[in-house]
Design a protein around this ligand. Structure first.
Ligand code: FES
Length: 153
Protein backbone atom coordinates (compact mmCIF):
# COMPACT_ATOMS: atom_id res chain seq x y z
CA UNK A 1 0.00 0.00 0.00
CA UNK A 2 1.38 3.35 -1.04
CA UNK A 3 0.70 6.47 0.93
CA UNK A 4 0.86 9.90 -0.72
CA UNK A 5 3.48 12.01 0.79
CA UNK A 6 2.19 14.44 3.44
CA UNK A 7 -1.46 13.27 3.31
CA UNK A 8 -2.28 10.80 5.99
CA UNK A 9 -5.78 9.31 6.27
CA UNK A 10 -6.44 11.43 9.41
CA UNK A 11 -5.46 14.58 7.61
CA UNK A 12 -7.67 13.72 4.59
CA UNK A 13 -10.58 12.93 6.86
CA UNK A 14 -10.11 16.17 8.74
CA UNK A 15 -9.99 18.23 5.50
CA UNK A 16 -13.03 16.42 4.13
CA UNK A 17 -15.00 17.07 7.33
CA UNK A 18 -13.90 20.69 7.46
CA UNK A 19 -15.00 21.26 3.87
CA UNK A 20 -18.32 19.53 4.48
CA UNK A 21 -19.09 21.56 7.63
CA UNK A 22 -18.03 24.80 5.98
CA UNK A 23 -20.32 24.07 3.03
CA UNK A 24 -23.23 23.17 5.32
CA UNK A 25 -22.75 26.30 7.43
CA UNK A 26 -22.57 28.50 4.34
CA UNK A 27 -25.65 26.87 2.81
CA UNK A 28 -27.80 27.02 5.94
CA UNK A 29 -26.54 30.50 6.75
CA UNK A 30 -27.50 31.78 3.32
CA UNK A 31 -30.89 30.10 3.59
CA UNK A 32 -31.48 31.62 7.03
CA UNK A 33 -30.46 35.07 5.77
CA UNK A 34 -32.95 34.85 2.88
CA UNK A 35 -35.69 33.65 5.23
CA UNK A 36 -35.06 36.52 7.67
CA UNK A 37 -35.04 39.00 4.84
CA UNK A 38 -38.38 37.61 3.70
CA UNK A 39 -39.79 38.00 7.23
CA UNK A 40 -38.23 41.40 7.92
CA UNK A 41 -37.82 43.36 4.70
CA UNK A 42 -35.53 45.97 6.27
CA UNK A 43 -34.01 46.99 3.00
CA UNK A 44 -37.36 48.07 1.57
CA UNK A 45 -37.51 51.82 1.30
CA UNK A 46 -40.81 53.63 1.19
CA UNK A 47 -40.79 55.86 -1.85
CA UNK A 48 -42.80 59.02 -2.17
CA UNK A 49 -43.72 61.11 -5.13
CA UNK A 50 -44.90 64.67 -5.27
CA UNK A 51 -48.37 65.44 -6.53
CA UNK A 52 -49.37 68.92 -7.54
CA UNK A 53 -52.18 70.00 -5.19
CA UNK A 54 -52.78 73.56 -6.36
CA UNK A 55 -51.44 77.07 -6.59
CA UNK A 56 -50.55 78.71 -3.29
CA UNK A 57 -52.28 81.98 -4.16
CA UNK A 58 -55.51 80.12 -4.94
CA UNK A 59 -55.75 79.14 -1.26
CA UNK A 60 -56.15 82.28 0.82
CA UNK A 61 -55.30 82.18 4.55
CA UNK A 62 -58.11 80.36 6.37
CA UNK A 63 -59.44 78.73 3.21
CA UNK A 64 -59.65 75.01 2.62
CA UNK A 65 -60.62 72.62 -0.13
CA UNK A 66 -60.70 68.92 -0.89
CA UNK A 67 -57.75 67.15 -2.50
CA UNK A 68 -57.95 63.60 -3.87
CA UNK A 69 -54.98 61.31 -4.39
CA UNK A 70 -54.74 59.00 -7.42
CA UNK A 71 -55.75 56.12 -5.15
CA UNK A 72 -59.01 57.94 -4.39
CA UNK A 73 -58.24 58.96 -0.80
CA UNK A 74 -59.78 62.27 0.15
CA UNK A 75 -57.99 64.99 2.10
CA UNK A 76 -58.78 68.49 3.23
CA UNK A 77 -56.09 71.02 2.38
CA UNK A 78 -56.18 74.13 4.55
CA UNK A 79 -54.06 77.23 4.75
CA UNK A 80 -53.45 77.71 8.47
CA UNK A 81 -51.45 80.53 10.10
CA UNK A 82 -48.48 78.11 10.16
CA UNK A 83 -48.65 77.07 6.51
CA UNK A 84 -50.51 74.58 4.39
CA UNK A 85 -51.84 71.42 6.05
CA UNK A 86 -53.25 68.40 4.25
CA UNK A 87 -55.16 66.00 6.50
CA UNK A 88 -57.50 63.13 5.82
CA UNK A 89 -61.08 64.33 5.73
CA UNK A 90 -62.32 60.99 7.02
CA UNK A 91 -62.78 60.95 10.79
CA UNK A 92 -60.99 57.96 12.34
CA UNK A 93 -63.85 57.53 14.84
CA UNK A 94 -66.74 56.47 12.61
CA UNK A 95 -65.86 57.91 9.23
CA UNK A 96 -67.75 61.20 9.05
CA UNK A 97 -66.37 64.06 6.94
CA UNK A 98 -63.95 66.38 8.70
CA UNK A 99 -63.75 70.06 7.75
CA UNK A 100 -61.44 72.94 8.60
CA UNK A 101 -62.78 75.60 10.98
CA UNK A 102 -60.84 78.76 10.18
CA UNK A 103 -62.02 80.66 13.28
CA UNK A 104 -60.58 78.01 15.63
CA UNK A 105 -57.71 76.89 13.36
CA UNK A 106 -58.85 73.31 13.96
CA UNK A 107 -60.24 70.42 12.00
CA UNK A 108 -63.71 69.44 13.16
CA UNK A 109 -65.86 66.36 12.81
CA UNK A 110 -69.52 67.36 13.24
CA UNK A 111 -70.86 63.89 14.03
CA UNK A 112 -69.67 63.62 17.65
CA UNK A 113 -67.72 66.88 18.05
CA UNK A 114 -64.35 65.38 17.31
CA UNK A 115 -61.73 68.13 17.29
CA UNK A 116 -58.23 67.91 15.78
CA UNK A 117 -55.48 70.49 15.93
CA UNK A 118 -53.79 71.90 12.84
CA UNK A 119 -51.32 68.97 12.86
CA UNK A 120 -54.13 66.39 12.89
CA UNK A 121 -53.77 65.38 16.55
CA UNK A 122 -57.11 64.56 18.18
CA UNK A 123 -57.66 67.03 21.02
CA UNK A 124 -61.24 66.31 22.13
CA UNK A 125 -64.24 64.10 21.51
CA UNK A 126 -64.25 60.36 20.84
CA UNK A 127 -61.14 60.44 18.60
CA UNK A 128 -59.10 62.02 21.42
CA UNK A 129 -60.38 59.45 23.92
CA UNK A 130 -59.33 56.66 21.56
CA UNK A 131 -56.06 58.34 20.54
CA UNK A 132 -57.10 58.45 16.87
CA UNK A 133 -55.34 61.20 14.94
CA UNK A 134 -56.01 62.24 11.36
CA UNK A 135 -53.69 60.95 8.67
CA UNK A 136 -51.50 63.76 7.43
CA UNK A 137 -49.76 64.22 4.10
CA UNK A 138 -46.53 66.17 4.05
CA UNK A 139 -46.53 69.24 1.84
CA UNK A 140 -43.82 70.92 -0.17
CA UNK A 141 -44.17 74.50 -1.34
CA UNK A 142 -42.15 75.16 -4.45
CA UNK A 143 -42.41 78.67 -5.76
CA UNK A 144 -46.13 79.33 -5.96
CA UNK A 145 -47.15 75.65 -6.15
CA UNK A 146 -48.27 73.26 -3.42
CA UNK A 147 -47.26 69.62 -3.69
CA UNK A 148 -48.24 66.71 -1.42
CA UNK A 149 -46.08 63.66 -0.87
CA UNK A 150 -47.89 60.37 -1.49
CA UNK A 151 -46.51 56.86 -1.12
CA UNK A 152 -45.77 55.07 -4.34
CA UNK A 153 -47.54 51.75 -4.77
S1 FES B 1 -67.32 60.19 13.55
FE1 FES B 1 -66.04 61.85 13.98
S2 FES B 1 -66.23 62.12 16.08
FE2 FES B 1 -67.47 60.43 15.68
Amino acid sequence: MTEERGTTPDRRRFLGSALMWTGLAAGYGLGAAHFLRYLLPLGTKVRYRELFAGALDSLAPGQSRTVKTPSGDSFVMARTPDGVRVLSDICPHLGCRVHFDRTRNQFVCPCHDGIFDAEGRAVSGPPAEAGQDLTRLETVIRGTSIFVLVKEA
